[in-house]
Design a protein around this ligand. Structure first.
Ligand code: ADP
Ligand code: MG
Length: 684
């Protein structure tokens, strides 16, 4: 940036060491920090007409002093000053608390400007600020005063004055950061003008335009770093260009019992293109539950194996590993591909065999949980790693995985639709493929919301489905795997339903069952031997029993919307109409709104966007693990369109040669250099 702006705030009149320390607590050390300390809102000092002021409003009015002020003291240091004022021909009372000294500014006949809270019924204004009508600020009629977030001993008045001083002395040193094409294309305020206007706008619209410019800059520079980083790492990593025999892939696709959706075809092309290129793939595949990600994964694994490599599929739970093993086996084994399970439930001997098979290259595809990346597991030629529900895997696991092979291509799959804004922010260093289309003929799950007292009606409806030969899930909340109370809850509901549905078999599943028993229960439900499955959220992901058409979620208000949607995805997997009933008595309006949203939409992306709006981005991923950046001005819940535009512009800029050479981009390149991006420093 600019050297002058980098100088310390102590250059300013009135800032000594002590003040400098106070400012430092707010993160302000240089003139630039001060100029970029943005207001959160404006206080409106524009003079209003008394007739249009509402009761209780904070307002600025012009008044004529009509009487001598009178002061009454009470208690220690407490006083009340009143004076008769005439405002727009109305006689009103001006009241000042604990400011007896204003008395000398209030001589009868004088014109003043008062700011304060209007009490319509008592015809009085409780004044917080007083100005002479002929003071320079009072004469400037369109006055919006910036309000800054404050803490410690810095006062608002002091900060306003200081910023004013900095703007006067240094405002002309502010230089443009955005490429001029962008400033023109999006009609953005030039930077110097925006910095002035955000602190002291002539009117609210000017303030909005200033904010829009600064918000865009923030998002653009953020995306520029990510896009530049992506481009550089892509150039630097030595990936394997897999030689995929495309004819074999095509004939596999033809052999499937259904034809792929357009969206599936598109993402397969994106994935295979990455695998064939000589950089390492780093791609996120997102698709709603039931959108057909598994078959996409199978095709990618087939391609990799046919190109002479091994593949690994990593999943969060044993149940899911088991399920994926079965679906991959039935898809891939007919093509001569060996698929094996590597999980914690294997005996030592079984485990040894799988590990040897992987090392010798006898096994083509390994499916498993974290056990897949343990120390003693080696692959002969690992080409592709797919992880399902990637957000459950930490950065460290990803790193170990990558180090297992010759920088394998990596595909992260998630069925938790993340609003696109968050996807490109939190996972900005990845390419994103989205399956935004469900296979034809799917009936949306009919979702309704019932109160606890209506539970017996719900059970009657459930009985009708069971009588038609269908199966049902009853889900009980589970916050932590170890939460005894919740397990007890599932056990109780199981006991209750066992007596209620005497003619049907009711199974019980929760995280505390031994793996063997879980598998057993799941098998019996899948085969239809059990008609009802009472379960905690362990059935959340991946479980596929098409004959199950009914789901009841107990205490639904305790789940996140994304999780409810995941759960709901366990039904509606066959050709028949399915139902999901949410049992909940939410206490808050937001809670009720969340239930309504669930009933209204079946679209996971829309749902996650609504959830984001209801909860805000910080909460969205539960904890702060999301790696979302903190923006000063931009707000991802409202500015996501701008983020998208910023991302496209940044990507096309770093893809152009003149960005890396042109002198007009020197400043931006310097920014990247300062962030260590041009040196190829790894951010991850
Ligand atoms: P996801 O993993 O995305 O939730 P799955 O891959 O489990 O979805 O697919 C759900 C079901 O849809 C599976 O039974 C699968 O065989 C089937 N399926 C996948 N793609 C298609 C398609 N294009 N047309 C019809 N059925 C499909
Ligand atoms: Mg799946």
């Amino acid at each position: 940036m600019n050297e002058v702006l980098a100088s310390s705030v102590t250059c300013l009149y009135g800032v000594g060491e002590e003040r400098a320390n106070d400012l430092k607590a707010l993160g302000i050390e240089t003139i630039q920090d001060l100029l970029e300390y943005f207001p959160v809102r404006y206080e409106d000092y524009r003079i209003r007409d008394l007739s249009e002021v509402k009761d209780g409003e904070r307002v600025t009015l012009v008044a004529t002093v009509y009487s001598e002020p009178s002061v009454r003291f009470y208690g220690k240091k407490k006083s009340r000053l009143t004076v008769r004022l005439v405002i727009d021909r109305v006689a009103v009372t001006g009241v000042w608390f604990n400011q007896p000294f204003v008395k000398k500014h209030l001589s009868p006949g004088k014109q003043v400007v008062v700011t304060g809270k209007w009490d319509k019924h008592k015809l009085q204004i409780i004044v917080s600020e007083l100005m002479d009508a002929d003071s320079p600020r009072a004469r400037k009629r369109s006055d919006l005063a910036a309000v800054y977030p404050l803490s410690g001993s810095v006062s608002l008045a002091f900060l306003r004055k200081l910023i004013d001083q900095a703007l006067t002395q240094y405002g002309d040193h502010v230089t443009e950061t955005l490429p001029s094409e962008l400033v023109e294309r999006y009609r953005l305020m030039p930077r110097a003008q925006a910095i002035r206007a955000i602190h002291a706008p002539g009117d609210l619209e000017e303030g909005r335009q200033a904010r829009r410019r600064i918000m865009f800059e923030e998002l653009f520079l953020f995306q520029l770093k990510i896009q530049a980083y992506r481009r550089i790492t892509r150039q630097q990593t030595e990936g394997v260009a897999q030689q995929i025999p495309m004819e074999e892939v095509r004939s596999f696709i033809r052999s499937l019992p259904f034809s792929l959706t357009g969206a599936q075809k598109r993402v397969i092309k994106e994935i295979l293109d990455d695998m064939q290129a000589n950089y390492a793939m780093n791609r996120l595949l997102q698709g709603d539950v039931g959108s057909g990600k598994t078959v996409v994964a199978a095709i990618a694994l087939l391609a990799s194996v046919k190109a002479g490599f091994q593949g690994a599929l990593m999943v969060p739970t044993e149940i899911l590993a088991e399920q994926h093993l079965q679906s991959l086996r039935s898809l891939l084994e007919p093509c001569g591909i060996q698929v094996a399970l590597l999980s914690g439930s294997l005996t030592a001997k079984q485990r040894r065999d799988v590990i040897d098979g992987l090392q010798m290259g006898l096994i083509d595809v390994a499916v498993g949980t974290h056990a897949l990346i343990q120390e003693d597991v080696y692959f002969r030629r690992l080409g592709l790693v797919i992880t399902d529900e990637q957000h459950r895997f930490g950065v460290e696991q990803r790193r170990i995985l990558r180090s297992k092979g010759f920088s394998p291509d990596v595909l992260f799959m998630t069925a938790t639709p993340i609003p696109r804004t968050l996807a490109i922010t939190a996972f900005g260093d990845m390419d994103v493929s989205t399956i935004d289309e469900l296979p034809a003929g799917r009936k949306p799950v009919e979702t309704s919301w019932a109160k606890h007292e209506q539970f017996h009606l719900v059970l009657e409806q459930m009985r009708r489905e069971l009588d038609r030969g269908r199966q049902a899930y009853v889900i009980c909340p589970l916050i932590e795997e170890s939460d005894k109370l919740d397990v007890q809850n599932a056990i109780d509901v199981h006991a209750q339903l066992t007596t209620y549905f005497r003619q049907y078999r009711v199974g019980l599943m929760h995280g505390r069952l031994p793996a063997k028993e879980k598998d057993d229960v799941m098998q019996r439900f899948a085969s239809g031997e059990l008609q009802v499955l009472v379960s905690t959220t362990v059935v959340e992901v991946g479980v596929n029993v098409p004959n199950a058409t009914y789901m009841v979620v107990y205490d639904a208000e305790r789940f996140g919307l994304a999780q409810l949607h995941q759960l709901r995805g366990r039904v509606g997997r066959g050709a028949d109409q399915s139902y999901c009933v949410l049992i909940a008595d939410p206490k808050t309006e937001v809670g009720r709104e969340r239930m309504r949203v669930m009933c209204e939409t079946n679209d996971g992306f829309e749902l996650s966007q609504r959830d984001l709006e209801l909860r805000g981005p910080g909460d969205f991923f539960g904890t702060k693990q999301s790696g979302l950046p903190e923006f000063k001005v931009a707000d991802l819940t409202t500015d996501y369109k701008a983020l998208e535009v910023a991302r496209q512009e940044a990507a096309s800029l770093v893809a152009s040669d003149h960005f890396w050479r042109g002198p007009e981009f020197e400043a931006l390149r310097n920014l990247l250099r300062r962030e260590g991006i041009l040196e190829g420093t790894v951010l991850d």
